[in-house]
Structures are given as structure tokens and as C-alpha cells.
Design a protein around this ligand. Structure first.
Ligand code: MV4
Length: 512
């Protein structure tokens, strides 16, 4: 087993990998930028190496510097986390050339899945259903027009080198096609240095459901079930669940088998995620893309299967077999994760950097907080503003929702704005509770919220029940103090403040 692992990342995922290292008696080494000198991952590691200035292009994305740090530290292996260099085949190669083990799939598997067109060819070869469309880039306007007509509108134009929605265009009719094709190409060129664009038939109101796969160097291929990731904002996941509220064992087995066959066709080793679009109406599923990394939302799978995905990644990279077989995988209960961002939900989710002046993290039964911050830490403008992932487990989805409401109410972050209030509202939203989830959820939720706010403004209800309770309590207390100065009271327990507060709260509850 490895003695020392260099973690080529920052924030909560670096902390997550440090925790796995500690449990496995492996020494964690980290890298950091000038902006991260006092970051939590630096404080928790055994050693830390400075990469360079704050911008990630001058620090966390510098392959040679990260590899130099790994070599200098005497690490045996490198864990890339997610983002940054995690899906960069050149980085995986540079790590191997330095004589270290890359904790992840081969560079060849990364390249195969990095191109959406070659990924689609691999999925077809594996016998998996893919969204109808092309497996080669479109070369001309005429070809785009003929192909779109053949598959039928609406269609999606997508960057072959893309993924995650970048450079994607929905085209509903032929008169939009030519200009959409041009924009998609130039966007793809600017974003990925490759202007290739291909075409898919658009799946309407899809759900985004992904399968966690895991394989080892002995040729064992497994899947750990699905995650429901339909709640997204601008192609960023916001809430994830395991299992999907669809919770259909047959669908899980079929999607799991398809995902495993795709992994097998790619000679895949380690943790990976196969994304599918699922039609809400027919429950047909279609391969979308494969992510060759540990994902942000892996905790919900861990909570429901009991399998430690980071420990398995490290074991597999060290050449050990998976600690479980497919038959061992059991899905118990329901997990939900909220991504807590340093963003202001009242200012269109603008980043809210700054110093965290106060922090109280929820705990208690079946609550897990994967954080990358502490009270006194600074949230930088330079990186993704994810400050923590709050995940809960419950025996049923309804219980998980109750627990998430409780955990969110315990959560208190001072000094910066966070998305916590947004989640408190979603967990009480009728459509969320009823699990009417598709990729249009957030948009509809925001429309519902705007309507509710308008109504509240109309009724001049700007104070919350709690504000009102506090005000009424204070007034009642004042009155009680006045009373006690005129009437000599002998009875002091319970305190007048408590009594006044209770009465006021009762009043507030029955009024609001
Ligand atoms: C689609 C689609 C409908 N039809 N492809 C968005 C992110 C990227 N991974 C793929 N995406 C989509 N691809 C076809 N053929 C709809 C989306 C999509 C979406 C998917 C998952 C979650 C949220 C989404 C929001 C808008 C569009």
C-alpha cells in the first residue's frame, strides 16, 4: 500500500481525500496557491507545497509544478480529486512518467471519454442506448441541415470536445439551424480549442440520472446504482439524491448493466460515472457522457451503499481488488446532498467571497458535512465557491427531507452569503417533496418563488414569524418589568423572560 499520497486539489475534496488517507494510515501531502496558504486542506495535511500565485492557471493547473511537488515529497501516488487536472490525460501521463501512480483511470480511457463523439462510438459498441444522433462532427451547413431533418426537430448541437453543457445549442426549427451551427462552432473553438460540433435529437424534459461504476485491475466491473441529478442551475448540479425518486430496481439494473458494459468497452479502471438522460414519460434511458473521475456528489452513494469510494480508489490504484462484488452491493434508505455555495441567492447567485466570521455546522444522527472551510477562513474569488456539501441519510425519502430541513436550520455561516436559505425553501417546496424532478425544476421553482414573494409583498408581510416572536417577546418583557416594579412578585420561576417568550412564540405560531 502507498505510504504517502499527494492530493492535487483544494477545498472540500482535498479534505475528503485527506480523511481517507488518515483512515488508511497514509500520509497526506497537499499543494496550494498563494491564496490558499491558510486553507483547511493545508492545515490538515502532513506537508504542503506552494505551487504559485492564486489564479489556477498559475497554480493548481500547472502540471510540471504539481508533479515536481509529488516527486520532491516522496509520494507514491497522486489523487487528482475532481476539476483542475482530474480528467487531463497529459497529467496522468506525467505522473506515471515521474514513476508515481495516478489514482484514476488510464490516460487512454480519459481520452476516449473526453471526446463526446468517441464516447458515443464506445457506448454504441458496448450495446448501450445512446441519444439518436451523429458519432462524427458535422462538416458543413448542408450536412447539419440534412442530418437535423433526418433525426427531426428539436435537435441539440454539442461540442465534441465539450461536456457539461458548454457550447450546447437547442435548435427547434430549420430557420435557426445555420446561425446556431456557427455560434456553436465558434463557442466550442473558443472554449476547448476544438470547434467540432455534432448533433443529437433533443430529449424533452429529461431527467439526469447517472450510474456510479467501479472496476479494478483484476477485471471486476461493478455498479453502485444511480444518483438523481436533475436539479441543476446553469448546468451546475445543486441537489443530488441516491436513489433516484423513481426508485425502480429494474431500471437500476438495466442502467447499471449498460454502464458496466460501457466501462468494460473502455478498459476502465477505478471510479467512474456514466451519465444518462431519462425520459420522464417512457423511462427510456440514453447514454450522455462518461466522467472519468470521482464526482462531487459521491457522498450520497456512500451513504446508501456504505462503500467508501475514496478508499476503494486508493486500493484499486495500489493493485488490490475491489473489496466488494456486485452481489454485495445493497442500497439502504435514501440520501440527499445540498451543495452549499458562497453565493447570494438574492443577487442571482453572485459569488459572495470574504471572511467566514462564524460557523456552526450541523451534526446529529445521519448528517454528514463535507466542508473545506473553518471559522476565520477566507473564501477566495479565484476558485469555485463551493464551501461544503451537506448530505443526510434517512430510511425513506420523506425522512431524508425532514432531516435535511433540520440540518439546514442548524447550519449557520456568518460573514458571507450562502445558498443555505435557497435550500431551506426547496426542502419545503411541494414539487420537490412530490419528486417532480426534471431539468426544468429550478426554473419553475424560481417562478413559483417570485409569485409567492409578490403575494407576500402585497400583503405587507415582510416580517418572519421568528422576527415577530422576538419583537412580541421584547414588548411583553418590557411590560412584565413594568408590572414587577408596581406589584411585588414573589414567584420568580420560570423567569418572566421565558414566560413572555413562550407566550409570544405561541402567539406568533398561531398567527403566521
Ligand atoms: C441534452 C438534453 C436534451 N437532449 N441532450 C446539459 C448538460 C450536458 N451534460 C447535456 N445536457 C443536456 N443534453 C439531448 N440530446 C438536455 C440537456 C440539458 C440538461 C441535462 C441535464 C441536466 C440539466 C440540463 C439542463 C438543460 C439541458
Amino acid at each position: 500500500m502507498f505510504k504517502k499520497i499527494l492530493i492535487a486539489n483544494r477545498g472540500e475534496i482535498a479534505v475528503r481525500v485527506i480523511r481517507a488517507c488518515r483512515e488508511m494510515d497514509i500520509s497526506p501531502v497537499v499543494v496550494y496557491s498563494e491564496a490558499d496558504a491558510a486553507a483547511l486542506h493545508v492545515r490538515l495535511a502532513d506537508e504542503a507545497y506552494l505551487l504559485g500565485p492564486a489564479p489556477s492557471t498559475e497554480s493548481y493547473l500547472r502540471i510540471e509544478r504539481v508533479v515536481d511537488a509529488a516527486r520532491l515529497s516522496g509520494a507514491d501516488a497522486v489523487h487528482p480529486g475532481y476539476g483542475f487536472l482530474a480528467e487531463n490525460a497529459s497529467f496522468a501521463r506525467a505522473v506515471a512518467e515521474a514513476g508515481l501512480t495516478f489514482i484514476g483511470p488510464t490516460p487512454e480511457a480519459m481520452e476516449l471519454m473526453g471526446s463526446k463523439t468517441s464516447a458515443r462510438r464506445a457506448a454504441i459498441a458496448a450495446g448501450a442506448p445512446v441519444v439518436p444522433g451523429t458519432v462524427e462532427p458535422l462538416t458543413s451547413n448542408e450536412e447539419a441541415r440534412e442530418t437535423a431533418a433526418r433525426f427531426g426537430y428539436p435537435v441539440m448541437l454539442k461540442a465534441a470536445a465539450g461536456g457539461g453543457g458548454k457550447g450546447m445549442r437547442l435548435v427547434t426549427s430549420e430557420d435557426e439551424l445555420a446561425s446556431a451551427f456557427e455560434t456553436a462552432q465558434s463557442e466550442a473553438g473558443a472554449a476547448f480549442g476544438d470547434s467540432s460540433v455534432y448533433l443529437e435529437k433533443a430529449v424533452e424534459r429529461p431527467r439526469h440520472i447517472e450510474i456510479q461504476i467501479f472496476s479494478d485491475t483484476q477485471g471486476n466491473f461493478t455498479h453502485l446504482g444511480e444518483r438523481e441529478c436533475s436539479i441543476q442551475r446553469r448546468h451546475q448540479k445543486v441537489i443530488e439524491e441516491c436513489p433516484s425518486p423513481i426508485d425502480d430496481a429494474q431500471l437500476r439494473a438495466a442502467m447499471g448493466a449498460a454502464a458496466v458494459e460501457i466501462a468494460r468497452a473502455a478498459n476502465y479502471v477505478g471510479a467512474g460515472t456514466v451519465e444518462f438522460l431519462v425520459s420522464d414519460v417512457t423511462r427510456d434511458f440514453y447514454f450522455l457522457e462518461m466522467n472519468t473521475r470521482l464526482q462531487v456528489e459521491h457522498p450520497v452513494t456512500e451513504l446508501v451503499t456504505g462503500i467508501d469510494l475514496v478508499r476503494e480508489q486508493i486500493n484499486v490504484a495500489a493493485g488490490l481488488p475491489l473489496s466488494f462484488s456486485q452481489e454485495d452491493v445493497r442500497w439502504t434508505g435514501h440520501a440527499i446532498e445540498c451543495r452549499v455555495y458562497a453565493e447570494d441567492p438574492e443577487q442571482n447567485f453572485m459569488p459572495s467571497p470574504g471572511r467566514i466570521t462564524h460557523l456552526r455546522v450541523p451534526a446529529g444522527p445521519n448528517v454528514r458535512d463535507d466542508g473545506g472551510i473553518y471559522a476565520g477562513a477566507e473564501v477566495s474569488i479565484y476558485y469555485d465557491p463551493l464551501i461544503s456539501k451537506l448530505a443526510v441519510w434517512g430510511r425513506t425519502r420523506a425522512q431524508a427531507i425532514e432531516r435535511m430541513r433540520r440540518a439546514l436550520d442548524e447550519y449557520d455561516v456568518g460573514g458571507i452569503k450562502t445558498t443555505l436559505p435557497f435550500f431551506r425553501r426547496i426542502m419545503r417546496d411541494e414539487e420537490f417533496v412530490a419528486a417532480r424532478l426534471d431539468t426544468g425544476f429550478i426554473e419553475r421553482f424560481n417562478e413559483r418563488s417570485a409569485r409567492v414573494e409578490e403575494k407576500a409583498a402585497d400583503e405587507h408581510e415582510e416580517l418572519t414569524g421568528r422576527d415577530m416572536a422576538a419583537i412580541v417577546a421584547a414588548l411583553a418583557y418590557e411590560q412584565a418589568v413594568k408590572d414587577s416594579s408596581t406589584q411585588q412578585s414573589t414567584q420568580q420561576t420560570p423567569s418572566r423572560w421565558k414566560m413572555a417568550g413562550r407566550a409570544a412564540l405561541h402567539h406568533a405560531r398561531s398567527t403566521f
